[in-house]
Design a binder for this molecule. Structure first.
Ligand SMILES: Nc1ncnc2c1ncn2[C@@H]1O[C@H](COP(=O)(O)OP(=O)(O)OP(=O)(O)O)[C@@H](O)[C@H]1O
Length: 225
């Protein structure tokens, strides 16, 4: 893999949650590379640190230790303000619950226009076609099924071609059919060159991934390539 093939990478990432009793060591010494044009899936038992890792890599949290690069920029060396700018322009994030991803009062088209403005590039027309949302562009989220909402969330996350789209269990709240459509959409985005990083418990999602890594007690091991 050349340097340019890497959308995101990290080394030595550690994160602790201080609790009233003892500190929870959620992540230790995590090193991971997320290539462009591929789906990287993080699997692992509940509580192994998947969500914590994704939040750190999306610049939503700061690691205790370690370094993270997004699109060649070391985000762990930036000020909070500069990190927020990287998050807005170069990272698309999809939360597990469709309701957390979208604004109630914006239509699908308005979401995509907002993403294009944030990232300074408009690729939304193409995404609407790729994700099969053409008949829904005038609708607000409550008029959409859960699966459609997650596909809009993916389009919102991927519009303007951020360096990486990060999704935390994107199919967890969906029925089989909707989950299948979201998986198909993830595959299409990766095939168009987008870097996708996701956490999942869903074997159907891991099955389409190009690479699966496993977190166990906050440490990473490779499952397959
Ligand atoms: N706010 C918090 N305060 C204290 N401990 C936390 C907090 N959030 C997470 N943890 C702990 O950190 C560890 C990693 O949690 P995390 O949510 O990242 O795991 P996960 O693999 O995503 O789990 P799941 O698959 O159940 O979503 C767990 O032991 C969890 O209990």
């Amino acid at each position: 893999m050349t340097r340019d093939d890497r959308a995101l990478w990290c080394e030595g990432v550690a994160y602790d949650y201080p609790t009233r009793g003892e500190t929870v060591h959620a992540l230790s010494g995590v090193a991971l590379t997320v290539p462009r044009g591929a789906i990287t899936a993080v699997v692992g038992p509940s509580g192994s640190g998947k969500s914590t890792l994704l939040k750190i890599l999306a610049c939503l949290e700061r690691p205790e230790d370690g370094r993270v690069w997004i699109d060649g920029t070391e985000v762990t060396a930036l000020s909070a303000r500069a990190r927020r700018a990287v998050r807005r322009t170069r990272v698309g994030y999809v939360f597990q619950d469709p309701a957390d991803n979208l604004l109630d009062y914006l239509t699908v088209a308005e979401h995509l226009a907002l993403a294009a403005r944030l990232r300074g590039r408009d690729t939304s027309a193409e995404l609407v076609g790729v994700l099969g949302l053409g008949h829904r562009t005038g609708h607000v989220p409550r008029r959409l099924s859960g699966g459609e909402q997650q596909r809009v969330a993916l389009a919102f996350a991927a519009a303007g071609e951020p360096a990486v789209v990060i999704a935390d269990e994107p199919t967890a709240q969906l029925d089989r059919d909707s989950a299948g459509r979201v998986v198909e959409a993830l595959r299409l985005l990766a095939d168009r060159g987008q870097a996708i990083l996701l956490a999942t418990h869903d074997p159907e999602v891991s099955r389409v991934a190009d690479r699966v890594v496993e977190l166990v007690d906050g440490r990473l091991g490779e499952v397959s390539c």
